[in-house]
Write a new protein. Structure first.
Length: 429
């Protein structure tokens, strides 16, 4: 193909370096613009000379080299290129989140520092190879619940999502707490955005899909986690109705490999007793998320008060979710509140009064937790070698994403020796 002309929509300085390389390969570069310029033109949000230059360049181009990003690769930008017959060749900066290219049927992106001749060959190709859709594995929704008293539900939900994202998995972290949503605050994210409430509204109307979830979610830097933040005022709880929450989580199941949902503690249904009207229920979001989950992580505070509260609420949890598997986690384990053999005391108490045979323990780690809260980051990012992170990694590997059979068997034997009995499995295989 001769006389091929392109627009390079790549942020400087990489955009100018790439443009110079393409020109050496005989490709005509009509303009070098910021990565989000095409999306802004499509949304009529670019003004002045920048808008004129970009529009004129697109009018005479055959293709676009587009740097992938949430602000640049948008439905409006793709629609504009399709309408003008412009082929899109995606490129991505090292470490960029490039999962969204598959949503638009584009090829896997080239690195922005790739050899220019490779990108020139892709531009000259008669057809750009469509990125193969990865084989769909089991998609899992995990609800993190705990009794009243702040046993650490949100912290465990965050760390669970980060650990699950290791190895390239796409994980969604959802704040469905209608009483005290806190994920945005703990992670330093703005809670004025659309978040989970917007996803619920669109799900009820049948307009929620993977592209829209990618748009409204907030990427957690340095991880493969997309966060759907919660409501920024507790008074907005009627927006999270049972029907909406169930529909939104069903769409999340198709969008992410794992969806981790942080829910409130209360399972009470007093409003259903005092009124037979079909009105909004404060705890409907929690109950709907628990019923939609494939696995429930039940968090107990590892102290006498926390264990007592957990046992009183556990029976109600079981009545709510039926046969859904439950993995029990005793959080903030420390000998100071229980004396000698704290693990054994908690295990025996839960077994005797709750029929709970298998318990996982997470140690108290105030220094790491304080550092993470101070920096508004997950503990795994701030203190990757902390005791809490190591314990969480073991829990995820053995319960949520089972490890290889020999290692799992060895872990199980050690658990048996610790408890001096054969525990019932926590998760239905």
């Amino acid at each position: 193909m001769t006389g091929l002309s392109v627009v390079v929509a790549v942020d400087a300085p990489a955009g100018h370096v790439l443009a110079a390389g393409l020109e050496r390969e005989g490709v005509i570069v009509r303009a070098v613009v910021p990565a989000d310029a095409i999306a802004l033109v499509a949304e009529d949000a670019l003004r002045g000379d920048d808008a004129r230059i970009c529009a004129e360049a697109l009018a005479g181009a055959d293709a676009v080299v587009l740097e992938v990003g949430r602000a640049s690769l948008t439905p409006a930008a793709v629609h504009l290129c399709d309408r003008r017959g412009l082929r899109i060749v995606p490129v991505a900066a090292p470490g960029a989140d490039a999962r969204m290219v598959g949503l638009y049927g584009l090829a896997q992106p080239w690195p922005t520092d790739a050899e220019p001749w490779r990108i020139a060959d892709a531009l000259r190709a008669a057809e750009v190879e469509v990125a193969p859709t990865p084989a769909a594995g089991p998609r899992t929704v995990i609800a993190v619940w705990g009794a009243a008293g702040s046993p650490g539900r949100s912290t465990i939900a965050i760390e669970l999502a980060v650990e699950l994202a290791r190895g390239g998995r796409h994980v969604a972290l959802v704040d469905a707490d209608t009483h005290a949503p806190s994920l945005a605050l703990a992670l330093g994210l703005a809670d004025e955005g659309p978040g989970f409430a917007a996803a619920c509204r669109q799900a009820e109307q049948g307009e929620l899909d993977a592209r829209e979830l990618t748009r409204i979610a907030v990427a957690l830097a340095g991880t493969g986690v997309d966060v759907l933040t919660g409501i920024n005022r507790p008074s907005r709880w009627p927006e999270l109705s049972a029907v909406r929450v169930a529909a939104a989580l069903e769409t999340c199941r198709d969008w992410a490999d794992f969806t981790v949902v942080d829910v409130a503690a209360s399972l009470e249904r007093d409003e259903e007793i005092v009124s037979d009207l079909d009105g909004p229920r404060r705890n409907a979001a929690t109950i709907a998320a628990l019923r939609a989950a494939d696995l429930v992580i039940a968090v107990a505070g590892a102290d006498p008060v926390g264990v007592s509260r957990f046992l009183r609420a556990h029976a109600e949890l079981r009545a709510t979710i039926g046969a859904t598997p439950v993995a029990v986690v005793a959080n903030r384990l420390r000998p100071g509140t229980l004396g000698i053999d704290a693990r054994g005391q908690i295990r025996r108490t839960l077994d005797r009064f709750g029929g709970i045979g298998d318990v996982w323990f997470l140690p108290t780690d105030p220094r790491s937790a304080d550092a993470a809260l101070l920096q508004a980051q997950p503990i795994a990012s701030v203190a990757p070698k902390s005791p809490f992170t190591a314990a969480m990694r073991r829990f995820v590997g053995d319960v949520v994403v089972p490890v290889a059979a020999p290692e799992a068997a060895d872990l199980r034997r050690r658990a048996v020796r610790r408890s001096r009995r054969v525990p019932a499995t926590a998760v239905a295989r």
